[in-house]
Design a protein around this ligand. Structure first.
Ligand code: IPE
Ligand code: IPE
Ligand code: MG
Length: 240
C-alpha cells in the first residue's frame, strides 16, 4: 500500500452496522456496539499514528433516543465504560477528548465522566482532537446556533434593523465552532445517507462509503479510505 501524503485534517465517521454485525452472529445488538467500541479505539490510535489532527465519531443521534429503552441504556452505559477505560490511552497518545451534542439529555454520571475526561485531556499542545457526537443532530445544531445568535442580538439591544446572519457568524455559533469542517466522512455498513449528521459542516466534505460493518472496520480499512481520499480532486466549485 502506498503512503497517502494528502492527509485529511479532519476525518469523521458515521459508525453504522453494529446491530447487523451482532445479528449475523446470533448475538445481542449490544454485543455489536461493544465490538464497535474496539473499532473506535483502533481508529483513534491509527489517527494519532498518522498525524491526523481531528477525528470525530457519530456515536448517538437525536433520533436514536427513539430506540427501545434497553438499547439506549446499554449504549449509554457502554459509553460511560469506554470513556473511563480509554482515558489513560488518550493521555498516553496525546489526545484531547471532546463531546458535542445535547448534553441536557444525558444522565448525571455519564456527564460527570465526560467532564472529567475532557478536563484531564485538555492540553495546549495536543496532537489529535477526538470528538464524540452524542445526542447530536445537524438540525439541532443549526437551530441552537440560530437561537443563541438571536439571544445575543437581543441582549445587545436591537435598534431598528433586524439582526443579519451570515455564514461566518452562524459557523461561530455552531457546536463545532473552532473545529475545521470534515475533509473526509466515512460511513460504514453500506448505507449512503447523512442521517442528520453535520449538515452545515459537510458542505464540501468528501464522502467514503463502505459495505464493511462498523465492528469490522479496523485500521486497514481506515488506511484504504485515506488512500482513496488522497486521490480525490477537491475543487470547491472553482476552476484549477
Ligand atoms: C450504529 O449501529 C450505532 C448507533 C447508531 C448507535 P446500529 O445500531 O445503527 O446498527 P444497525 O444499523 O442496526 O446494523
Ligand atoms: C446513524 O446511524 C447515527 C449514528 C451512527 C450515531 P443510524 O443507524 O441511526 O441511521 P439510519 O437510521 O440508518 O439512518
Ligand atoms: Mg444503523
Amino acid at each position: 500500500m502506498s503512503e497517502p501524503n494528502n492527509l485529511p485534517r479532519h476525518v469523521s465517521f458515521i459508525m453504522d452496522g453494529n446491530g447487523r454485525w451482532a445479528c449475523k452472529r446470533g448475538l445481542d445488538r449490544i454485543d455489536g456496539h461493544r465490538e464497535g467500541a474496539e473499532s473506535v479505539r483502533e481508529c483513534m490510535k491509527f489517527a494519532v499514528e498518522k498525524g491526523i489532527r481531528y477525528i470525530s465519531f457519530f456515536a448517538f443521534s437525536e433520533e436514536n433516543w427513539e430506540r427501545p429503552a434497553e438499547e439506549v441504556e446499554g449504549l449509554m452505559h457502554l459509553m460511560f465504560q469506554a470513556i473511563k477505560k480509554e482515558t489513560p490511552t488518550m493521555l498516553e497518545y496525546g489526545i484531547r477528548f471532546r463531546v458535542i451534542g445535547d448534553m441536557n439529555r444525558l444522565g448525571d454520571s455519564l456527564r460527570k465522566e465526560i467532564d472529567e475526561c475532557c478536563k484531564v485531556t485538555d492540553k495546549e499542545n495536543c496532537g489529535t482532537d477526538m470528538i464524540i457526537f452524542l445526542s447530536y443532530s445537524g438540525k439541532w445544531d443549526i437551530i441552537q446556533a440560530f437561537n443563541m445568535f438571536m439571544a445575543d442580538s437581543f441582549r445587545k439591544g436591537i435598534s431598528g434593523n433586524p439582526p443579519v446572519l451570515d455564514a461566518g457568524i452562524l459557523s461561530g455559533y455552531l457546536s463545532t465552532s473552532g473545529i475545521p469542517d470534515p475533509d473526509l466522512l466515512i460511513r460504514t455498513s453500506g448505507e449512503q445517507r447523512i442521517s442528520n449528521f453535520m449538515l452545515w459542516q459537510t458542505a464540501y466534505t468528501e464522502y467514503y462509503f463502505t459495505e464493511t460493518l462498523w465492528p469490522d472496520f479496523r485500521k486497514n480499512d481506515f488506511a484504504r479510505a485515506l488512500e482513496v481520499y488522497a486521490k480525490r480532486d477537491r475543487r470547491f466549485g472553482k476552476l484549477k
